[in-house]
Design a protein around this ligand. Structure first.
Ligand code: NAP
Length: 248
């Protein structure tokens, strides 16, 4: 197992890609804090599944766009498991519309959920990770939209591009202490987030994906597990696209 004895915090782990990440890290031996915002039943189901398979997990509710709540999440992780080795900032949302019709609230909620949350959780987790002097792994989930842009997603693409700049900078701040900071940028993956996309748009996306299909949450999770492991010890400040080639 790649992550025996490690402790991981995964934000937005009740559904979709975050769920696959939490389950994969647990299958690799990590104890996992399964963060969610409001869907307690889904988060508890993820935890129950991990425990049934012999793993360790705990569900913790926290709106990570709120600094105090993010601090509470990290406190809860430390109380349960004593320390944190791996942080995966995965929580995210969309409010898609063209710029001319985008309301300030739609801009703010996407920036706060997707980008400010990364600042909040990294800031809360960095000090205990540094104090422990055992290094660590921070993996932030961006999107191919943050690399190549997407009409109707100025808010989302800005938040996801922001994650890349943030992560490259933090990698330079924390590298000397053995904490790596990397980004995983998925392409299209079927989850609740993409469930509402019109069928013709889904068909159109396929024409632009060199591998000719959407990705699976599990494929993103494998990339995260690799970056979280000792095998990725000399990789930091990197953006790993898991997108079937669409962002090339
Ligand atoms: P999803 O199925 O909609 O799940 C979103 C998760 O985030 C849920 O667990 C939700 O918790 C949680 N969440 C939302 N706001 C939160 C907040 N303020 N605080 C804490 N948790 C919060 O989304 P997904 O498709 O798996 O996406 C996961 C990540 O991958 C996102 O960052 C997304 O931008 C990125 N991504 C997705 C795709 C794709 O095609 N799906 C492509 C590229 C990048 P509740 O269950 O409690 O609501």
């Amino acid at each position: 197992m790649l992550l025996e004895g490690k402790v991981a915090v995964v934000t937005g782990a009740s559904r979709g890609i975050g769920r696959a990440i939490a389950e994969t890290l647990a299958a690799e031996g990590a104890s996992v804090v399964v963060n969610y915002q409001s869907n307690a039943a889904a988060a508890e189901a993820v935890v129950a599944g991990i425990r049934e398979r012999g793993g360790q997990a705990l569900a913790v509710a926290a709106d990570v766009s709120d600094m105090a709540a993010a601090e509470g999440l990290i406190r809860a992780a430390l109380e349960a498991y004593d320390h944190i080795d791996i942080v995966v900032n995965n929580a995210g949302t969309t409010r898609d519309t063209l710029l001319l019709s985008m309301k300030e609230e739609q801009w703010d909620v996407v920036i706060d959920t997707n980008l400010k949350s990364v600042f909040n959780v990294c800031k809360a987790a960095a000090r205990p990770m540094l104090r422990r002097k055992k290094g660590g792994r921070i993996i932030n989930i961006s999107s191919v939209a943050g690399i190549v842009g997407q009409p109707g997603q100025t808010n989302y693409a800005a938040s996801k591009a922001g994650i890349i700049g943030f992560s490259k900078s933090l990698a330079k701040e924390l590298g000397s202490r053995g904490i790596t900071v990397n980004v995983v940028a998925p392409g299209f993956v079927p989850t609740d987030l993409t469930a509402g996309l019109p069928e013709d748009l889904v068909k159109q996306t396929l024409a632009y994906i060199p591998l000719g299909r959407w990705g699976e949450a599990q494929e993103v999770a494998h990339a995260v597990a690799f970056l979280a492991s000792d095998r990725a010890a000399y990789i930091t400040g990197e953006v790993l696209r898991v997108d079937g080639g669409i962002g090339t």
